[in-house]
Write a protein that binds this ligand. Structure first.
Ligand code: SF4
Ligand code: SF4
Length: 84
């Protein structure tokens, strides 16, 4: 068996601080953050795909986003065939 690390992340979002600039949506290189054009707010859609790169948190000048990795429940399948 290969080692398995379980990943689960939390993203905290405070809509009262959000000014609808859309930078977090543009920053997310995976499909975690979608954009609600009508309400001008990010939608955190596929949180399980979060790579906890912190880009969204970094670009948000209003500190409306906080990425909270849960390292205790990491879910990341790693294969090391050389250690079979
Ligand atoms: S970067 Fe911050 S202020 Fe801009 S849309 Fe995202 S959460 Fe809102
Ligand atoms: S931490 Fe990275 S991958 Fe996760 S939602 Fe933010 S920009 Fe997307």
């Amino acid at each position: 068996m290969f080692p398995t690390i379980f990943t689960k992340h939390n993203i905290e979002f405070d809509p009262t601080k959000c000014v609808g600039c859309g930078l977090c949506y543009k920053a997310c290189f995976v499909d975690v953050i979608r954009w609600d054009a009508e309400n001008r707010k990010p939608v955190f859609k596929y949180v399980e795909d979060c790579e906890h790169c912190f880009y969204c948190q970094s670009v948000c000048k209003k500190e409306a986003i906080r990425v909270v990795p849960n390292y205790a429940s990491e879910r990341l399948l790693q294969s090391f065939p050389q250690y079979k």
